[in-house]
Design a protein. Structure first.
Length: 187
C-alpha cells in the first residue's frame, strides 16, 4: 500500500470520526420517535400519516405545476392523474391523518389475506416437489388471520403496526448511538 493511499484512508477515518455527532443525533431522534410510538401509538400513527400527507401534497402540487408548465417528463395525461391523486391523498392525510392510517391498514389487511391465500395455494401445488410445505401453509394461515384481525379492527391494526415501527425505531436509535460512540474514538 502506498503512503498516499494510506494518508487518504487516515484522513477519511478522521473525517468520519469528526462526524460522529450526526449519527448520535439520528439515534436520539429515532429513540425519541420510538418512545412516542410505543407510548402513544395512535398519536404517532397520525403524525406519520400527516407527514406523509404533507409530502404527497407538495409532490402533487409540484407535479401539477410541471404538467401545466409542459415539462413533466411523462405523458401529460399520466402526469395529471398522478398529480391529482397525490394532491387528493395528501389533502386527506393532512385533514384526517388517523382515517388515512386506518385506510392504509385496511389495504395492508387485504394484501395479507391475498398473500396468505397465495401461499396456501402455492404450497398445495408444489407439495410433491418440496418438503415442509406445511410451513408455507402455516405462514399463509397466519397471514390470513392477521389480515382478518386488522380488517375487523383497523384502529387496533394501526396501533399494533405503529408499536412495531416504534420498536424498530428504538433498536435503530440504540444502534446509531453505539456506532456514533465507536466513530468518536476515530477523531
Amino acid at each position: 500500500m502506498s503512503q498516499a493511499s494510506d494518508l487518504r484512508g487516515t484522513s477519511l477515518l478522521s473525517w468520519v470520526g469528526r462526524s460522529w455527532w450526526v449519527l448520535l443525533l439520528y439515534g436520539l431522534v429515532a429513540i425519541g420517535f420510538g418512545l412516542i410510538a410505543v407510548m402513544r401509538p395512535l398519536s404517532a400513527a397520525a403524525g406519520l400519516a400527516w407527514a406523509i400527507g404533507v409530502m404527497a401534497l407538495i409532490e402533487g402540487l409540484i407535479s401539477l405545476f410541471a404538467v401545466f408548465g409542459g415539462n413533466s417528463g411523462a405523458p401529460r395525461g399520466w402526469a395529471l392523474v398522478y398529480a391529482v391523486a397525490s394532491v387528493g391523498f395528501g389533502a386527506l392525510a393532512v385533514i384526517n391523518p388517523l382515517v388515512t392510517a386506518k385506510v392504509l391498514v385496511l389495504l395492508l389487511a387485504i394484501w395479507l389475506v391475498m398473500a396468505g391465500v397465495y401461499r396456501i395455494v402455492y404450497a398445495i401445488r408444489v407439495r410433491k416437489q418440496i418438503e415442509g410445505e406445511w410451513l408455507l401453509i402455516l405462514s399463509g394461515l397466519l397471514a390470513i388471520v392477521l389480515g382478518g384481525m386488522m380488517f375487523a379492527n383497523p384502529l387496533g391494526g394501526v396501533a399494533v403496526t405503529t408499536l412495531w415501527i416504534g420498536i424498530g425505531s428504538l433498536l435503530y436509535g440504540f444502534l446509531q448511538i453505539a456506532v456514533a460512540f465507536r466513530l468518536r474514538k476515530l477523531r
